[in-house]
Design a protein around this ligand. Sequence first.
Ligand code: HEM
Length: 395
Amino acid sequence: MVGESTIKWNPFAPDYFTDPYPIYALSRQHNPIQKDSFGNILLFRYRDVAPILDSRDFEVSSLSTFFESKESYIFKNSSACPFLAKTTSKWLMYLNGDIHRKLRIALGKVLFSYDFDRLIQEAVQDCISHFEDDKELDIVDFSKYFIYHILKQFIGLKDFASLEKVVEFSNLAARSQDIFVSKQMYLKMNECFIEGIGLFADSNFKANLIKELDGFEFDEDDYYSILAVTLMAFFETSKDNLSYSLYTILSKPSLVTYILEADTKQIKWITEELIRYISPLQFTVRISKKEVTLQGLMYPKDTRFVLGIASANRDEEIFDSPDEIIPNRQANPHLAFGAGVHLCLGALIARKEMEFGLKPMVAFLQNFNINTIQPLRWGNQIFMRTLESAMLKRN
Ligand code: HEM
């Protein structure tokens, strides 16, 4: 029965951010369907998570509506102009039905009009040259630099939009989707969203978007919302995925050798395996459109399900030795890019970043050792797992 086990997922437990996987594993084994104090149903097993992602009987909840309902609380006694609901109003992953379908087609067309192979390959070389003479290096800074240099080639950023500004914007935008966020943090996001309007230049990206969305009555705020979500979805997940991938590879000499000797097919396998293992987006949410039965239990319409993507990706029912990186794992039906109508629109781009980047980056980074004196630093985020710092020292 839901709620009877003493095993409970608790993101406030010490060391949760360092490693949430032990509590995912215990939850899968002893309490796979949990109810939290807000009435949300948390799911940890692949067999529960995967079908919901794929099902038309569930939809996404609107982030913008959530903010509208919270505005009187967040902005009480504050002179700030509320901008949270506005900035998140056209975020694809929080839209349903026709508007979602049309916006997804338009954004997809614009994104895939760019020659990402060339942009990524150039950014790899640029990134390695930039860090060539460094004696010490933070893998997270290295990854940020790489992704930023791809991003700014297509989305259109003003000179003002430095790497630091993009990092801050992307991280706060990602945090806006998290749970248990403080009022102070929401006010900080709001300020960042207002200032963020100035990040985007008039660009081909925006012009193409306007052309593709001809017939929609979108105003400047709507276009800003689309640019904001593209920046966040592109930057945050790719950076998190690459930084922890590189750290994980450098921690294990056999993986370094595998990458350096791998052919194209083997690089594709390990790319997929690293994305499964890392699962930058650890959770997502779906709402039931009608009454549903799950493992014999009945849930009414409008139940909010929190889906443990990262936990499902380590489920021993599906993956052999799920906590190990098996570079040439053949069957790898992971859910790190989601599934169904909201399947990640940038999955192909994220895969290419790894496929073009891994070998030259590992060849360069093997000249460094992991600095064991400075421990890894993790962000205190629940939905997205973010490595904040991983230092290397030149050999
Ligand atoms: C390793 C990197 C990435 C991971 C792990 C990742 C993961 C995900 C996941 C799990 C979803 C589905 C969320 C849900 O169903 O609730 C998603 C959606 C999305 N992703 Fe990614 N993503 C990555 C990179 C990218 C990139 C490079 C872009 C480029 C713009 C991107 C754009 C999007 C967009 C626009 C959506 C919303 C799709 C929709 O709702 O129809 N992502 N991503």
